[in-house]
Design a protein around this ligand. Structure first.
Ligand code: FDA
Length: 308
């Protein structure tokens, strides 16, 4: 099931058939905060009211034309301006392929610099999401060499614990002082680059998490894994690491109970709030992480329909 869902996530042509169906839309609404910036802002307000910070993500991946890439950068700037105008407790997350990494790398860097320029003026942080392993080296090269020197306080990257290379990436990023979000990784990767066994991915996460908590710059621990969250809590308490030196992060619609619990316990929590019309690959990756979600959400949809 997981493999089928990840396969479907990479075949957006299927999306054309499903986009207008009411069932896929309702499936998506569990994980996506609507198709417009207004609907995402409403979701951020609700999170902020509960003491949870947000990171806004405009859904959309690799673009194929320079004008689309520039338009995506304009939208990211509008998101920053809306955050400032509405005084939201939120930053933004973006993908470099949205700004043209596959078309023209220098234009992609220019688009991203344009966003970071505005982010610095408004003092809002911008996270560069990590995509599949085909992009890891290029994303890190652009981030470390071309963006971080000019915007050290306003740009950070994501490291995926399933990649063998991540240990040396984390060591280098700690030495550089760049902010890192640590996640397990959401793409279909071959055993040549990533651990196929979940136990190894989890062990790698635990090791990288400890290094980042000890020596990293405000690390973000992005996971819903209760065992790893418990380990993080034990580690910071044993080492006397203050709770304002790191944050937990989770996805919109996933483990809301755990999000609230961590806030009650006094930890910082940020929720990733995706929005936009291009929700199909994102939804498929979320369903692949927990195929039981398909049955769970379908069950809810049927129950709601029967109640009407
Ligand atoms: P794992 O998959 O082991 O799940 C642990 C437990 O969490 C499950 O048993 C279940 O209870 C719950 N859970 C996890 N996913 C769920 C779901 N979809 N629905 C319901 N319950 C679920 N990836 C990437 O490659 N690049 C990136 O830039 C990012 N960015 C990112 C930001 C943030 C804030 C988060 C939280 C995650 C990402 N990810 C990501 C995704 C990440 O790599 C990973 O795929 C998911 O977080 C799921 O992994 P867990 O760490 O939660 O563990």
């Amino acid at each position: 099931m997981r493999r089928i869902l990840l396969y479907l996530s990479e075949h957006p042509q299927v999306f054309r058939f499903v986009r207008n169906g009411s069932l896929p839309r309702r499936l998506a609404s569990r994980f996506v905060a609507g198709e417009t910036l207004d609907s995402a802002v409403q979701a951020v307000r609700e999170l902020n009211a509960k003491g949870i910070s947000a990171t806004l993500d405009l859904l959309g991946e690799s673009v194929t034309r320079a004008d689309e890439a520039a338009a995506a950068a304009d939208t990211a700037i509008r998101m920053l301006e809306r955050i400032a105008q509405d005084r939201l407790d939120s930053n933004i997350s973006v993908k470099l392929t949205q700004f043209g990494m596959d078309i023209d790398e220098s234009a992609c860097v220019q688009n991203t610099r344009r966003i970071l320029e505005r982010a610095r003026e408004l003092d809002i942080f911008v996270r560069l999401d990590m995509e599949s392993s085909a992009y890891t080296q290029r994303t890190l090269d652009i981030a470390e060499k071309q963006l971080y020197p000019g915007y050290p306080k306003h740009v950070g990257v994501v490291i995926q614990s399933y990649l063998y290379r991540s240990k040396s990436d984390v060591a280098r990023l700690i030495a550089l002082g760049m902010r890192v979000r640590l996640c397990k990784g959401a793409y279909k990767e071959p055993p040549a680059v990533a651990w196929p066994d979940k136990r190894d991915v989890d062990a790698s996460y635990a090791e990288l998490m400890q290094q980042l908590l000890e020596r990293g710059n405000y690390p973000a621990l992005a996971t819903h894994d209760e065992a790893l969250i418990a380990q993080a809590k034990r580690f910071v308490s044993e080492r006397g690491i203050p709770r304002d030196r790191f944050e937990f992060q989770m996805l919109y619609g996933v483990r809301r109970d755990l999000q609230d619990q961590l806030v009650r316990e006094g930890y910082r929590m940020r929720v990733y709030v995706p929005f936009g019309t291009q929700w199909y690959p994102y939804l498929m990756r979320r369903l692949a992480e927990r195929p039981a979600n398909v049955a769970f959400i379908l069950g809810n949809v049927v129950k709601e329909s029967l109640r009407r």
